[in-house]
Design a protein around this ligand. Sequence first.
Ligand code: NCD
Ligand code: ZN
Length: 350
Amino acid sequence: MTAQLTITQPDDLHLHVRQGDALANVITDTARQFSRAIIMPNLITPVTQVHQAQAYRQEILDALPDDTSFHPLMTLYLTDQTSAQTIYEAKEAGIIHGLKLYPAGATTHSDAGVTRIKRIWPALEAMQTLGIPLLIHGEVTDPSVDIFDREKVFIETVLEPLLADFPALKIVLEHITTRDAVDFILQAPGHVVATLTAHHLLLNRNALFKGGIRPHLYCLPVLKRETHRQALVSAAVSGNPKFFLGTDSAPHAQHAKESACGCAGMYTAYHAMELYAEVFDEAGALDKLEDFSSTFGAKFYGLPKNTTHLTLTRKDWEIPAHLPYGKEGKDRLIPFRAGEICHWKADARS
Ligand code: NCD
Ligand code: ZN
């Protein structure tokens, strides 16, 4: 039984860190384990322009302690108004690593998202030409489509036609949750890939209703049935470079989660690598964890391999019941599996 594992420092290729006090609360958790992260642009005022991404990047760097080496990789938020010009500016700026497509209304802070793909045609053409990846929240928003089918229907009605129109566009289908998405990625060209979260690898939808309704396990795309979870685990541990790590860690204050209309998102950044280690360990595939966490994503984004390392040790410790959040830490952030025992411990944790 492997007791300890040292891997190249991983990268988180899908992360929400918010702004202001919340940013200061969460960014050190990610920086403790990851060297770089693709930062999602769904702020209250979405990051649609290069100058906003530059300012947000600086805000993230300023929120980090001086001795921290962490690199935020910025993205822009696509709207119906995003022009080809903005894409060229993004390329020129050198700090933009992808454009995020939120179908309008699909998830947290997505109201300004794209209403019809045709509206961003020139932007997509520019991205294809320049080799800038399109990062997709892959769910349809039609309220008549069952929530558990929204990813599958998105693939069939939006993604497959998009691929036919833009055969050379680099695409990341984010936080996939279904066997359908795994199968789609497997048969797609090499430049069409997917990220996998720790929570979708660990849980199926029964967890949402275990003994009562569990608002801290609500995220989008919503957890799916066990057969889908198993397909995700198979993809993660397969050693196929098309599947790599993206936590989709998405913090919300406790009161915003424990509400009559609770927000979507789970906070996993606190112990992300320990959670992934548990998945790979259970699948008997710890030898595949490093490529999934530290190699495949960097390669897709054209980033050099990190030169630092992270060590994971088999050791039980208790996940805190809550973490400080917001102004002067007066709110609370409930981490994934709060108060439960975690079976792996990263060396960066004191
Ligand atoms: C994310 C958030 O809170 O920003 N929520 C989530 O459930 N994953 C948005 C997103 O990625 O869908
Ligand atoms: Zn997300």
